[in-house]
Design a protein around this ligand. Structure first.
Ligand SMILES: NC(=O)c1ccc[n+]([C@@H]2O[C@H](COP(=O)([O-])OP(=O)(O)OC[C@H]3O[C@@H](n4cnc5c(N)ncnc54)[C@H](OP(=O)(O)O)[C@@H]3O)[C@@H](O)[C@H]2O)c1
Length: 304
């Protein structure tokens, strides 16, 4: 399948593009950050007028996976208009462009759309109530996509993996501190369902191949607190888990409000795919295997 991936330099976009190459013909779109990647690369600022239609008309992909966003939760609080443009308006415009050309679309959204007050796992039928600018703009983005393109997939995700900068993801936060023997905080009152980015890449491709459409929760099938996630990382790598200081997210002084419960049910996804969805216990050993194989260095070598 010829798949165009936006945000190809990002945590998800880069891992996804690397993993899907060469089984699929991947075209990554970035803003001149990448070099030497084993997939085709196009430079574009997606917010430039006409950029998205030009890409679709010249490259004619069969599918687009739209990962580009402002995914920095606290940065969005300081730039609500910019976050709205990128996270809310652009996805709707892209969805319409894809719909008119018969190009399949997966739009990547977030588990953060919920306020966390539910006792248990959120399903696709639950009503979101975003607490931050980031989450608000992502929710409007979801709605904009589905209102113009009912064939699109909107996937609410949460994932972990190695990044271009070496410091983009929560798992790298724990790895960087613990491997240097430094203490770090772990939230004991935020629950989530992290999925290894490689498992997410496979899941997204299966969703395309199955011809799914509409809203899906595409997260790991096991829930943990962020503190416990750190402990699992420490155990996997043989680091000292006592370096992780258990604290409440409220003590961390973060700018944007955070939900305490980011647990999403994957029942709909697993039923429609006819397959079990991997959780942390399956994903973490794969993340560790990448480390043993020098993947973090390899991924950083793609930075211009
Ligand atoms: N990270 C998580 O744990 C998490 C959790 C839930 C949901 N998500 C969602 O997953 C998706 C991917 O997140 P991520 O963590 O991979 O993000 P990321 O690492 O911050 O990457 C964002 C990407 O978007 C690109 N981008 C931003 N503005 C652009 C523009 N105007 N034109 C072209 N490209 C642009 C960036 O390019 P530059 O490198 O040039 O800036 C970068 O490649 C997002 O939709 C996010 O909301 C992420």
């Amino acid at each position: 399948m010829r798949i165009l991936v936006t945000g190809a330099s990002g945590l998800l976009g880069l891992n996804l593009s690397l993993q899907m190459t060469p089984a699929h013909d991947i075209i990554g779109v970035d803003r001149s950050k990448l070099t030497g990647v084993p997939f085709r690369l196009m430079n574009a600022d997606l917010l430039e007028p006409g950029a998205c239609s030009r890409l679709m008309d010249s490259l004619r992909p069969e599918a687009v996976i739209h990962t580009a966003a402002n995914a920095l939760v606290d940065a969005c609080e300081n730039d609500p208009l910019g976050a709205h443009r990128l996270n809310a308006e652009l996805p709707g415009e892209l969805a319409e462009i894809c719909f008119k050309r018969g190009i399949r679309l997966i739009h990547i959204s977030t588990d953060a759309v919920f306020d966390g007050t539910k006792d248990g796992f959120y399903t696709e039928a639950d009503v979101p109530n975003p607490l931050s600018v980031y989450a608000q703009t992502k929710l409007v983005g979801e709605r904009n996509v589905l209102s113009v393109n009912p064939q699109a997939i909107v996937a609410r995700v949460n994932f972990f993996g190695w990044s271009l900068s070496g410091s983009r993801s929560l798992v790298e936060f724990f790895f960087n501190h613990l491997s240097a023997g430094k203490t770090c905080n772990g939230f004991t009152d935020v629950w989530f369902c992290p999925m290894f980015v490689g498992d997410l890449a496979e899941t997204l491709v299966r969703m395309l191949e199955k011809g799914l459409s509409g809203l899906y929760h595409a997260v790991g099938s096991e829930s943990r607190t962020k503190y416990d996630f750190g402990v699992q990382v420490a155990r996997q790598f043989g680091f000292d888990e006592s370096l992780i200081v258990p604290i409440s997210v409220e003590q961390a002084g973060l700018q944007a409000r955070r939900s305490h419960n980011l647990r999403l049910s994957v029942h709909k996804l697993s039923t429609d795919l006819g397959a079990a969805i991997p959780g942390l216990s399956a994903g973490l050993p794969k993340f560790y295997a990448q480390y043993r194989q020098g993947y973090p260095q390899k991924i950083r070598s793609y930075q211009q």
